[in-house]
Each structure stands twice: as structure tokens, then as C-alpha cells.
Design a binder for this molecule. Structure first.
Ligand code: SF4
Length: 64
């Protein structure tokens, strides 16, 4: 899977970082940084939770 963030939608709520701290990190300016653009399957459920709970639906998953 590949993670795509829509920077126009992200408002820095940080829910993604709470759900998957090994994959997402809030940076300066409250925009999220993706630490691992293509995480392994061990991170899948955490990343899917981040997608589901992101309040602005800014995270999209693309399958390889
Ligand atoms: S949860 Fe959504 S809006 Fe919040 S920082 Fe993550 S991507 Fe951005």
C-alpha cells in the first residue's frame, strides 16, 4: 500500500499520529509528515484506523 495525504485537507488534528505513530508525525505548521510512505502489513490496521478517523478525510491508501 501507498499513503497519499491531501495537504489541502489536512488540518493537523493529529488523529493519524495517535493511531499509527510509526507512520505519521505532526510537523511544524500542523501538517502531517508521513514517516513511511509504504508501510508493511504489520502497520495496515493502524493505518486503516488513521484513514477512518481522520476528521477531514485527508488520507488515502493506494494499493500497490
Ligand atoms: S488526522 Fe487527518 S487532518 Fe489530522 S493530521 Fe492526520 S491527516 Fe491531517
Amino acid at each position: 500500500m501507498r499513503i497519499v495525504i491531501d495537504d489541502d485537507l489536512c488540518q493537523g488534528h493529529g488523529v493519524c499520529e495517535s493511531e499509527a505513530p510509526e507512520v505519521f508525525e505532526l510537523g511544524k505548521g500542523h501538517l502531517v509528515t508521513v514517516l513511511d510512505q509504504s508501510p508493511g502489513d504489520s502497520q495496515r490496521s493502524a493505518v486503516e484506523a488513521a484513514v477512518r478517523f481522520c476528521p477531514t478525510h485527508a488520507i488515502r491508501l493506494e494499493e500497490d
